[in-house]
Design a protein around this ligand. Structure first.
Ligand SMILES: Cc1cc2nc3c(=O)[nH]c(=O)nc-3n(C[C@H](O)[C@H](O)[C@H](O)COP(=O)(O)O)c2cc1C
Length: 379
């Protein structure tokens, strides 16, 4: 039974998924220190309780880049979402659209742009990686434009892939990986039937469409591994800025100086993120990085934040720390794996309820009233 958004869906996802997929989602880089800190630092943030302020009317809605949102939450780009539920990107996007919030399609999604964008009645966001193959980047941008995607999320914290040791242990990579994945699928028949068989093609939809031939999981690891570009700098982003007409958001900012550079570059927003602890272990959690970044750039561009958000209370905490909007990564992926689109819808309802309780008891009637003033400061 799902009672708590933060723990129950994760446990349900672990039961349903073959281990290689559960650990691909659940794991982080090296010793997973930053992954743990993301969650722990956020839950350590204490809020001031306020009472007797007539909190009968709450407004959770907000607006970002001209788009209305029922609450300041979006779904983060998550590669291979379509391996977690049948045509998983479509299911998650529909749940997000029904709730009135944005869904971001990853570069390395299973379902291609052209399958997801027409399935929903609000513009999708598209995430792009910096890749050596600039032809692919241009092709993906053109297709995202043609499909009516509104916001470009440009991920810059992956000039090299992070070392995720769990993947090698679990069968996602490492020796005999394909055989181990097959054996795991056989012992998880619900997933094997619903996603393994009925969810095909298990392609990297956007990359296959560009290359003109089907791609599989081995290609995901091989192609991406060979295609990360450590030479990237702000200058290389200029052609994208010129090419993309809509809002451009830089994902993977953790330092106030980089946030300032994003302002100078002319970005419309940044996402304060350490990629969910999947890149450099030992960097600051988003909750600890955010206040200094907000001090440096708040008001000059939109500040989004992710990494470690599991509950509606966490959403309120991140906004109090300085974010305008937050993104959910693993939180929605666990729900999707456990119960498909209905799971994501339920998760979003739980998040909303938790936000409402937090807002009533901190005396914030609207998102604009969730400010650093809600935080218990060290005295
Ligand atoms: C399984 C998985 C795959 C991800 N794939 C991508 C991706 O393709 N592109 C991207 O920009 N970020 C990707 N991320 C990072 C998320 O967008 C987000 O930053 C992260 O999940 C936030 O941390 P949290 O899940 O702990 O909340 C991925 C995260 C996970 C867990």
């Amino acid at each position: 039974m799902i009672i708590s958004a933060s723990t129950d869906y994760r446990a349900a996802a672990q039961r349903r998924l073959p281990p290689f997929l559960f650990h691909y989602a659940d794991g982080g880089a090296y010793a997973e220190h930053t992954l743990r800190r993301n969650v722990a630092d956020l839950s350590d943030i204490e809020l001031r309780q306020r009472v007797l302020k007539n909190m009968s009317e709450l407004d959770l809605s907000t607006e970002l880049f001209g788009e209305k949102m029922s609450m300041p939450v979006g779904l983060a780009p998550v590669g291979l979402t379509g391996m977690f539920a049948r045509r998983g990107e479509v299911q998650a996007a529909k749940a997000a659209a029904a709730k009135g919030i944005p869904f971001t399609l990853s570069t390395v999604s299973v379902c291609p742009i052209e399958e997801v964008a027409p399935a929903i009645d609000r513009p999708m966001w598209f995430q792009l990686y910096v890749l050596k193959d600039r032809g692919f980047m241009k092709n993906a941008l053109e297709r995202a434009k043609a499909a009516g995607c509104s916001t470009l999320v440009f991920t810059v914290d992956m000039p090299v892939p992070g070392a995720r040791y769990r993947d090698a242990h679990s069968g996602m990579s490492g020796p005999n990986a394909a055989l181990r994945r097959m054996l795991q699928a056989m012992t998880h028949p619900q997933w094997a039937w619903d996603v393994g068989l009925k969810g095909k093609p298990h392609d990297l939809g956007n990359i296959s469409a560009y290359r003109g031939n089907p791609t599989g999981l081995a290609d995901y690891i091989g192609w991406l591994g060979a295609n990360f570009d450590p030479s990237i700098s702000w200058k290389d982003l200029e052609w994208i800025r010129d090419f993309w007409d809509g809002p451009m958001v830089i994902k993977g900012i953790l330092d106030p100086e980089d946030a300032r550079d994003a302002v100078t570059f002319g970005a419309d927003g940044i996402i304060v993120s350490n990629h969910g602890g999947r890149q450099l272990d030992g960097v600051l959690s988003s909750a600890r990085a955010l206040p200094a970044i907000a001090d440096a750039v708040k008001g000059e561009l939109k500040i989004l934040a992710d990494s470690g958000i599991r509950t509606g209370l966490d959403v309120v905490r991140m906004i109090a720390l300085g974010a305008d909007t937050v993104l959910l990564g693993r939180a929605f992926l666990y729900a999707l794996a456990a119960a498909g689109g209905a799971g994501v819808s339920n998760l979003l309802d739980l998040i909303e309820k938790e936000m409402r309780v937090a807002m009533v008891l901190t005396g914030a009637k609207s998102i604009a009233e969730i400010t650093p003033d809600l935080l218990v400061m060290e005295r």
